[in-house]
Design a protein around this ligand. Structure first.
Ligand SMILES: [Zn+2]
Length: 472
């Protein structure tokens, strides 16, 4: 049996509970060894990576110009069809060194926390099925399945105690209401087996996040969680709340943590989750792994008590050539009344629109202090986009990350000050939910589309059109 490191405190600490919703602020320590990686103030986001890199940013730009609360890395990015043979596992290096994730501002104690899972965030559906021992995945050159034991040995070889390991989830592709009772039982036993194996093998070295199962009825969910806790305690003695680094949730509410219902808040609503979640898991981190479309979704998840969310919406905005212009906690918006979506302000501007921006010398967002806004103007970014210069997306990503960070900091502060709900109301009254143009971004990659059943048409248009005539 593995020996268990005893961290001096649980990985997650709630600092403030908001009075009028399930929103809470807290602090998460991603490493079982204190002080190794930067703590994450919550609510906050993780930036999904592509082969370990934050899209559009080189490691030195990440170090100098942005603040990254944490990154999400999918191991499948580094594997090929012969899963165990990969440069990552053959290199004698940590994952952090392999992907060149430098300490922020050059301070060695400001390591960016890494959350590692088998699959990338919002993964392409795999054509293989999971088995009791293997996780199906989409590798860099095709579908395959990874033995769970191989996943464990890769993580152990990477020897990085600052990495948070997200235990894989076995969920059916169909909604749970549409699958048979046997599949539900298989799903429960498989997730229990996978979560316990992950805790047992890696729990001493890494914080482990275990899934709450999407779509289950309360009684099935309770069966799963109770069994996880009972068997987990056999492994760990009585210290399970210390060794489980948190739970992962899928969806804005979840089948277990009931959605926060608007507009009337029943007096018992705040207790729904407290009554249902076992004490051992109640105070753990809640990591939302679902796809959120933007700040409106982020606010919904936070109101339902989620602590860390995936920041796909930030990179998507950058890909589309948009710059965030929204602000949370702006007192000037408080007078706004609920109005028609068409009268509301957009959360971002479309820099592709040369008619509007080609002579606009303002910064991307008024009073923004990011690197991009301090040195460049909208017209320049519009020019770079039309010239398909990669620098356009670099400047946009720096800016959009800056605005997203400010959004999270203001949310944390408003939960502390008790003004969160007021600001959510004024935010949703002032801003319309954004929508992106399809394929407006840089070259699409295979993992960005649902591969299964989608083989018609090209992902990217040819950069050279037929109208591109030879000079006479
Ligand atoms: Zn800016």
């Amino acid at each position: 049996m593995s020996t268990v490191a005893s961290p001096s405190s649980p990985a997650f600490k709630v600092l403030h509970n908001h009075a009028n919703s399930l929103a809470r602020s807290g602090i998460y320590h991603p490493s079982v060894v204190p002080g190794v990686a930067s703590a994450i103030a919550t609510p906050n986001f993780l930036i999904p990576t592509s082969r370990g890199t934050i899209q559009h940013l080189t490691p030195d730009n990440v170090q100098r110009h942005v603040k990254v609360p944490g990154v999400y890395i999918g191991l499948e990015d580094f594997l090929d069809r012969s899963a165990s043979r990969t440069q990552l596992t053959e290199a004698s290096t940590t994952l952090r060194d392999y992907v060149s994730l430098l300490p922020q501002n050059g301070l060695p104690d400001s390591l960016i926390p890494i959350f590692l899972a088998v699959r990338r965030s919002n993964p392409v559906p795999a054509t293989h099925a999971n088995s009791d021992t293997n996780v199906a995945m989409a590798t860099s050159d095709g579908f395959n399945s990874l033995p769970l034991t191989e996943f464990f040995s890769i993580v152990q070889r990477l020897k990085d105690s600052a990495t948070v390991v997200i235990s894989p989830l076995d969920a059916p592709t169909l909604p749970v209401s549409k699958i048979g009772g046997n599949r539900v039982k298989k799903m429960i036993s498989r997730n229990e087996r996978w979560s316990l194996a992950t805790l047992k093998t890696l729990g001493a070295q890494n914080n482990v996040i275990v899934p709450v199962l999407p779509g289950l009825t309360l009684s099935y969910q309770a069966t799963y969680l109770d069994s996880l806790i009972t068997k987990g305690e056999e492994i760990y003695g009585k210290a399970l709340d210390v060794n489980i680094g948190g739970i992962s949730l899928h969806g804005l509410g979840s089948s277990f943590v009931e959605p926060f219902v608007e507009p009337e808040l029943p007096s018992t609503a705040k207790n729904i989750e407290l009554a249902n979640l076992p004490a051992e898991l109640k105070n753990g981190l809640r990591l939302n792994l679902s796809y959120l479309t933007g700040p409106h979704d982020v606010l919904r998840a936070i109101r339902n008590g989620h602590d860390i969310l995936i920041g796909d919406w930030i990179t998507k905005t950058t890909d589309a050539g948009f710059a965030f212009t929204f602000e949370f906690g702006n007192h000037h918006h408080q007078a706004d009344q609920l109005q028609d979506d068409r009268q509301k302000k957009p959360i971002s501007i479309d820099l592709w629109d040369a008619d509007v921006f080609k002579v606009d010398l303002n910064s991307l967002k008024q009073d923004c202090t990011c690197y991009s806004c301090a040195r460049h103007h909208r017209a320049y970014v519009t020019h770079l986009l039309s010239a398909k210069e990669m620098l356009a997306w670099t400047l946009l990503q720096i800016h959009n990350l800056h605005v997203a960070n400010q959004f999270m900091e203001r949310i944390q502060l408003s939960i502390k000050n008790g003004t969160f709900e007021e600001f959510v109301t004024s935010f949703t009254n002032h801003y319309a939910e954004g929508k992106f143009k399809a394929n407006a971004g840089p070259r699409a990659r295979g993992y960005q589309v649902k591969l299964a059943g989608n083989t018609t048409g090209k992902l990217n248009e040819s950069p050279f059109s037929k109208n591109f005539a030879e000079p006479q």
